[in-house]
Design a binder for this molecule. Structure first.
Ligand code: ATP
Ligand code: MG
Ligand code: MG
Length: 548
């Protein structure tokens, strides 16, 4: 990882400013609106917008909307919301590659006129085969030597919509024997009779990524066009096009390593499939690595920014341990989240020596490290709930929590001792009988006796029912297969606890803030909450639990 805030791209930017190659840096984040953004995109967003901020430049948000069959307005809207949520702003610099379609088309005619492009009638399959391989040069298309007039006529008729999809393409005329396969007459335009979200049915041809991307950069005056490593081999084509076209500026492309995470797939194809096949509830399912999923899960945007900063920007691909992301989330929430009590799997406790009908208010601390967070009142009474896991009828040696005859502390309240166990017909423990020691109020015994466990609890009458959703990794394989991802799904990625109990103050809280449920982890209210039926998502547990 790079030292904080410094990496090879920022070094280049700094050098270009120092040498006055550029007086102002312009970067861009160029998503294709064919899905929701994921945490990999957050790395690119933080890099592009971060550089603009640090070097007093600007960063454009540009929709690379050149493939209308896969693009939707919903994605355009979500991408804008997610960039804002991450804490970045493009101001008025919002662009669409589709706004450049006329100019790109005119430039393509210019390439034809200069003898740098031709219409090819070969099928997609023939083009693929004749492109050759790494060791075999490609074969020239039989249509490569068409006259300028014929090419112009055919290209105009492609534009006019005369030909069916896939029957012809416009290709750059470069070199079918080039060592770099991207230079073997790459496709610039394909025929596609498809309605575009912004240009409607105006176009029957659409530019390829390679043709549209660099020219869009040039039109916008981008100085540093930063993309992921798989585009390194496209750079000679990027430069070739800029060189041959009358573009208003000459951006430079730089490549960095994309983010890969253990237990995670960051491919829009896979994420789309997860949604379409119903493996998750939607793009914002809290198990998804999407920005929308992280947000719904309760992950603070500052934790995502911190994570991206820590992993740095490098030139070589690697896989980051998802534990690193979880560490950043925990570290942030430990500082920011107020403490509350919740019982996720309740077991009823009756305090036999506590007067029937009596209730008392106890004071609970909202944040142990932050006195300014204040305190709140919680109610104690004869009937309580404790966590089912905190009781064992026949405990092993090292079990210090509640068991018959054993004494424990209830947080903020009293010592209690288990005196009896009530079971149902199936032999399951359904209720405990306990006694409390009134002298231990506040949690200490005047006679100095010690207990080994402090447990959370809630009043049975004054707590509120809630559904709690506990999430685990979506994939059980640390490096899930993108090709056959369904086989690697974790069947226990979602655990629904329908009978949890929460403090009334938690139920009435509409702040959207993440809270720590003591001893359980961090939780946030979910949008599925209904009046009288709050739903909480576990953002993350208190400890790193999965194997490395
Ligand atoms: P996919 O390959 O899943 O379709 P993509 O890279 O095609 O994703 P785009 O919408 O084109 O998705 O991405 C917008 C920008 O985000 C690009 O500049 C791309 O390089 C960058 N990006 C995408 N995925 C990652 C990642 N995992 N790590 C870093 N940057 C990424
Ligand atoms: Mg893509
Ligand atoms: Mg892309």
């Amino acid at each position: 990882a790079a030292e904080a805030g410094r990496d090879f791209i920022r070094d280049i930017v700094q050098a270009d400013l120092s040498s006055k190659k550029h007086s102002r840096i312009v970067t861009r984040f160029p998503p294709e609106p064919n899905g929701y953004l994921h945490i990999g995109h957050a790395k690119s967003i933080a890099l592009n917008f971060g550089i603009a901020q640090e070097f007093a430049g600007k960063c454009h948000l540009r929709f690379d909307d050149t493939n209308p069959t896969k693009e939707e307005q919903e994605y355009i809207d979500s991408i804008q919301a997610d960039v804002h949520w991450l804490g970045y702003d493009w101001g008025t610099d919002l662009y669409y590659a589709s706004d450049y379609f006329d100019r790109l088309y005119d430039w393509a005619e210019g390439l034809i006129e200069a003898g740098y492009a031709y219409v090819d009638d070969q099928s997609q399959e023939e083009i693929r085969i004749n492109r050759g391989t790494l060791t075999e040069p490609g074969k020239n298309s039989p249509f490569r030597d068409r006259t300028v007039e014929e090419n112009l006529d055919l290209f105009r008729r492609m534009k006019a919509g005369e030909f069916p999809n896939g029957t012809r393409v416009l290709r750059a005329k470069i070199d079918m024997a080039a060592g770099n396969i991207n230079l073997r007459d790459p496709v610039l335009y394909r025929i596609l009779h498809a309605e575009h979200p912004r240009t409607g049915d105006k176009w029957s041809i659409y530019p390829s990524y390679d043709y549209a991307h660099g020219q869009s950069d040039a039109i916008e005056g981008i100085t540093h066009s930063i993309c992921t490593l798989e585009f390194e081999d496209h750079r000679p084509l990027y430069d070739w096009l800029l060189d041959k076209l009358p573009v208003p500026s000459k951006p430079r492309q730089y490549e960095f390593a994309r983010l890969n995470l253990t237990y995670t797939l960051l491919s829009k194809r896979v994420l789309t499939q997860l949604v379409r096949d119903g493996h998750v509830s939607g793009w914002d399912d809290p198990r998804m690595p999407t920005i929308a999923g992280l947000k719904r899960r309760g992950v603070p945007p500052a934790a995502v920014r911190e994570f991206v900063k820590r992993i740095g920007v490098a030139k070589a691909n690697s896989v980051v341990d998802v534990g690193m992301l979880e560490f950043c989330i925990r570290e942030h929430l430990n500082k920011s989240a107020q403490r509350r009590m919740a019982v996720l799997r309740p077991l009823k406790v009756v305090i036999e020596n506590y007067p029937e009908g009596q209730v008392e208010e106890l004071e609970a601390v909202n944040h142990p490290d932050d006195p300014s967070a204040g305190t709140r009142k919680i109610l104690f009474g004869r009937e309580l709930y404790i966590e089912r896991d905190d009781f064992m009828e026949n405990p092993p040696k090292k079990f210090f929590r509640l068991s018959p005859g054993n004494e424990v502390r209830l947080r903020y309240a009293y010592f209690i001792k288990c005196t009896g166990v009530i079971k149902n017909d199936a032999g399951e423990v359904v209720e405990l009988r306990c006694t409390y020691d009134p002298a231990t109020k506040g949690g200490n015994a005047p006679d100095g006796r010690k207990v080994k466990a402090t447990m959370h609890w809630l009043s049975a009458k004054d707590s509120v029912p809630a559904e709690v959703r506990v999430y685990n990794q979506l994939f059980s394989n640390p490096s899930p297969s993108a090709a056959n991802f369904a086989a690697d799904l974790n069947p226990e990625s979602l655990e629904v606890l329908p009978d949890a109990r929460i403090e009334p103050s938690v139920a009435s809280d509409n702040s959207g803030e993440v809270m720590q449920f003591e001893r359980q982890g961090y939780f946030v209210r979910d949008k599925d909450s209904a009046p009288g039926k709050p739903v909480f998502n576990r953002t993350i547990g208190l400890r790193d639990t999965f194997a490395k």
